[in-house]
Design a protein around this ligand. Structure first.
Ligand code: FES
Length: 162
């Protein structure tokens, strides 16, 4: 899917850098702050972050790559994670994922053009007793059925219009 890259808001970026640059272990909180504000870490922020913390850009890049929670690709306002672990697989997660793809018009790893939704799969959401499971940002939904998936997704589609 071709998406127009988001513009980086440099004022916002520099005020985040300013906030953390004197902290002793400032890199991780700084990157978390950037990701929370922008929904991802804009690749062109690596250089100024490295400069402010007296590091090499490759070191900053290395930390971003190491931590699964950081991403250099723009993501949607709502990140939908569908579990594809064994417990969920046994309880029909494959058809749940198929339904999500159809409802959102997205494949795994894709983000909608309006940056509202990102669809991801994960190895286990750590709530196997609720299989099959999904998360929307930090909220868990378990014991999914097609009806429940539709109702969860339509809840977020609605809140997007408000
Ligand atoms: S396998 Fe799905 S939550 Fe663990």
């Amino acid at each position: 899917m071709n998406m127009k890259p988001k513009e980086t808001d440099w004022n916002q970026l520099f005020s985040i850098i300013e906030k953390h640059k004197h902290e002793k272990w400032g890199l991780i909180p700084l990157l978390q702050d950037i990701q929370e504000s922008f929904g991802y870490i804009p690749p062109d922020s690596i250089e100024p972050v490295a400069q402010a913390l007296n590091m090499f850009p490759s070191q900053v890049q290395g930390v971003i790559t190491f931590y699964a929670g950081f991403t250099l690709k723009p993501r949607g306002k709502y990140v939908i994670r569908c579990c594809r672990g064994t417990a969920c697989h046994v309880k029909g997660s494959r058809s749940i994922l198929r339904l999500m793809k159809k409802e959102l018009g997205l494949e795994e790893g894709e983000t909608s053009e309006d940056y509202q939704f990102t669809l991801e799969t994960v190895a286990c959401l750590g709530a196997c007793f609720l299989a099959p499971t999904m998360m929307v940002n930090r909220d868990y939904f378990g014991k999914l059925s097609p009806t429940k998936v539709n109702s969860v997704l339509s809840q977020y589609k609605k809140s997007e219009k408000c």
